[in-house]
Structures are given as structure tokens and as C-alpha cells.
Ligand binder design. Sequence first.
Ligand code: ADP
Length: 595
Amino acid sequence: MEELKPTTHQAMARFRASLLRRASAVAWVVLIIISAQAVRQEVFGQRGFWIPMAGLSVLLVVSTAARWDRLMATRAAPWIAAAWLMGLIVGITTLAVIPELTATAQPILFGIAAVSGLLLTWWAHALVTVFIGVAIAFVAVTIGAVTTDAIEQVLAPVLTVAVVAAATALVGVEFEREAVRSNEREGQIDQQRLDFERLYAVSATLARAESLAEIVPHLIGTICKYLDAQVGVVLLYDPDRHRLELMSPIWVNGYPLESDPITLDVAAAGIVTQTYRAGKPFYVREVDQDSDNHILLKELGLKQALVAPLKVESLRVGVIIVGDPYVGNFSEDQLEQLGSLAAPAGLVLSQIGRYEAQADMTRRLEEVAQMKSDFVSTVSHELRTPLTSIIGSLDTVNRPELQPTQPTAQHLLSTARRQAGRLQRLIDDLLVVSRIDRGAIPVHLEAISLRQAFDEVNRVVSIEPTFVVDPEGLAVEADRDHLSRILINLVENAAKYAVGSSVELFAWERGSKALIVVVDHGPGIPDHERDRVFERFTQVDQSDTRSKGGTGLGLSIVKSLTEVMRGVVRVEETEGGGATFVVELPLAPALQSVD
Ligand code: ADP
């Protein structure tokens, strides 16, 4: 576990080390000031001056180079700090007994008393304070000041030291308390940060997964790692069966392990189902106690466990169990952590579950669509051969030398031939549609003269449209069969739905495209139906269409074929009424270069 909690001890050690570093720096300045005073007072050469001065310099060199952070973190820290202060006090006192330096050196002893209050534990501070008191008294006695007014000369400074020491001790105690408080706060913030990091890590693991099988081991593995648990299990609620279903694999000792299917009736007794029903986490301290309630936990070989619901708001999606095969590892804190980790887990698991169900449904629909397309294709193929032979036979019987003489027989024969032709067109359309669906429509692009294409259409269709191609040699890059099917479809539709109206075909050039336009002056297509007519099985007026023998497939085929040739098709209203179909196809490169 990556606990980072700084202790109060560490915080105080850091503070004391920094104070000692600063105090050493200040002590250097003090030494310089005293040296300057010694030069002024001409005592610089005296042994009584330079011996303590040399001692103090050595002490400060050592303390400047010392690794206070480390020293203050040891158990001997108060002794080391006290010894440093004592050394300082001895040095300064020795200098203060030189009468010319007393006034400069003595106040420094007060400063040391103040620093000691912040630096030392209360007993060490008391010791240092007494030591300073004695030093001050010693200075006063040595320089012979204690003659008439002892109270003023000795007791006053000693009392001042006591007051300064007491005041700084109070500040030190308060500071220590504040350090403890801020340390606690820091600990809490650290814990929260850790919780958030874990929450984020769990959410990130979950967000990457696409299936429950992929996510479950990751999820329980991550949670077990954070809670220092050996076993982790997820049970998800199956709304169809109203049961909790154990997700395989389960997590055991750092590895996913496939498990046998286990399901629990949510209404049944037991801590797991109870957690699901109650929607709040439980800490099972001893699985062996009340073992009737802990059957699943026992089966998993657990001696203690944390059980939490996986839920999204009020929607419960399952239960998560983490546990150990021995007693006495978990805490209430961990139960709380499991509760907070279970929230995002529940959210993502439910979403992935829904996503999987949808993906499953889409897959099944695709399979059905494929089956349908295969069926249509097979049936159409099977029908085509007998139908071709029926049409062949009917055409043969219809020849003048074989034609029946009776008018009724002739009428029946021509009806049969017409209906057979209609069936053939339908089968053809169905075959094209199923090829389009399978993406198996062949496309052989070549330059096709539109004049020629119109001529061919004219030969096949049941009416005689007029046509204009401008410029005369206009050509498109298209598949010959597809283009002709498109044109025949549009012209036959015009013949069928605009009965009696003239039909015109135009071909113009526009930019890098050719516009092929089929115009009729019939009833036209209402505004709101114009996009829909290109969808399969769309018939604007069903009764009318049925009587005209439509299937609703023609325009959808026109659209698909136009698109496979990199073109677009739309329908507009003819001026004065009627339908105008516009097909845009790429110009043939040869023609583009001629222009
Ligand atoms: P169908 O086999 O029914 O003709 P289409 O896909 O070719 O199928 O046409 C779809 C519908 O669009 C038709 O049922 C018809 O109502 C309408 N439609 C197509 N062409 C025309 C047209 N030239 N004039 C009026 N309505 C048309």
C-alpha cells in the first residue's frame, strides 16, 4: 500500500532542521559583529577572545555543514540540538566575560533562550534556560558587577531570560499543537487524494473495456489490490431471471480464475442477497459465525469479507465481494472505500451490460437481415430458370403459326405473358437489391456516349420519349448496364405514372458532371414524398401503384446504382406540373479534356 502520511514527528523534524540552519546563519553574523566590536575595543589579540572565537567558528562550520534534516529525524535530536545550543552558550559566555564585549555578547544569550523554546522539548528547553541563567550570573560575577545592587545586576537579566524562555516555550507548544493539527489535515487530504486516485484508476480501467468478460477481472483485480484483499468476486443482477449471477473469472491471489456458474435468488436469505436488497455495504468479520447466512462466502473459502452493492443511483446492478481466507485484516475504512469504488464500477458495468445486450441484438438483426437477403437471392435464382422457360414457351405458343384461334384463349395467353413479364421484372429487381445489400454489385466504368445510351433506351421502352443531348458528344463515366437500367426505370415510371403525357430526356454538362434529366407532365410527386420515394417499398399512392404493377423497388435501385457510379439522383417538380428526375454522373475524362 502506498501510504504517504507524514507523521507529526517528521513535520517537527523538518521545522527544527530549518530553524537550526537559519540559527547557524544568524550565529555567523553575530560572530562577525562581536569580532568587529573586539577590533574596536582592541581586545582582538587577547587569548581570552580568540580561543572561544576559534571554538565558536569550529562549531558553526560543523553546524553549517551538518545534515540537520537527517539529524533532527533521529531519536537523539533533542540531545544534538541541546548540545549545539550549550556549545554556543559556553562560547558566547566566555566572550561576554571580557568587559569590553559584555554589552554585545550578553543579549545574545537571551536570543539563544528564545531559539531553545522552539527547538527543544520542554525538559531540554528548561535545562538550557537554567544553563543560560547560570551563564548570565557567571558573567555578572566575573566582571565584578555584583557589588551593591545584586538584584539589578544579576537577578534582572536572569529573570528576563526566564520570561523569554517561558514565552517561547508557550509559542513552541502552540506551534507543536498546530503542527499536529495540520499534519492530521495533511493526512486527511492525502487519504482523499489517494481515494480519488483509486477511483480514477478504477474508472479509467472500466472506461477502456468493451465487454463484461474483459472488464470483470480488471475491475476486481484493481479493487482487491487497493483493499489488500486476496479474493474478489462480482455478481450481476439478471432482471429476466430475477437472480444474482456470479461473473467468471473471479480474482484469487492476484490471478483471474474461471469459476463454475453460481446464481442466487435475490429474495433468498444470505448476506450477499441481503446486501443487494438493502443497497448498503456490510463487513463480515467472521464468516464462520452465523454460517447459514454466509453460504456463498464459505464456498469461496473466505473467513472475512466486505460485501458492497454495485448501484447506479437507486438502480442496483449487482454486488461486489472482497475477502480473505483468514480473519482480521479489514477495517471500517476499507468498507467505506469499497463502497465508493463500487459506485463507478456499478455505473460502468451496467452500461457495458446494456451495450453488450444492444450489440447482441444488432448482431442478431444483422444475421436475420443476411438470412433474408440470402433467402431472397436463392428464391429469385430458383424462380428465374423456370420463369425463363415459361416465357419462352408462351412466346413460342404466341407465334402466328401456333397461336390459338379462339379469342378467349388468345386473351388468356397474352395475360399470362404480361404477368410472366411482370414477375420477371420483380425477380430481376429482387436480385439486384440483394446484390446491392451484399455489396456484390459489379461496376465496370467506361466512357458512354449519352446519345447512344438514349437511343438504346428508346428501343426498349414502351413509349417514345423525345431527347436532347447538348453538346452532342456528351459522355459520362459509368457502367453501361447500370446506366441503361436507371434510364429504363425512370422512363418506364414516367410512362406508368404520367399516362398520356409527353416524356422528355435531356443531357447537359455542368462543371465536371453531366446532368441527365427525365421530365414528364403527369401528376408529379408531392413535396414531402420526394426523398422517401427513393426508399425501398415506398409507393406514393398504394392503390394506384398496385393497379400499375409496381413493387416500390425501382427508384431505390436507381439511387443505389447511381451512387455506386459516384453520382447522385433527386426528383423535382416539372414546371407546370409533373415529375423531373435528375441524375448527376461524372463526365468521361476524354470529354473533359476536349473542352
Ligand atoms: P414502383 O415499382 O412502385 O414503381 P418505384 O420505386 O419505381 O416503385 O417508385 C416509387 C413510387 O414513386 C411509385 O410507387 C410512384 O408512386 C412514385 N413515382 C415514381 N415515378 C413517378 C413519376 N414519374 N410520376 C409520379 N409518381 C412517380
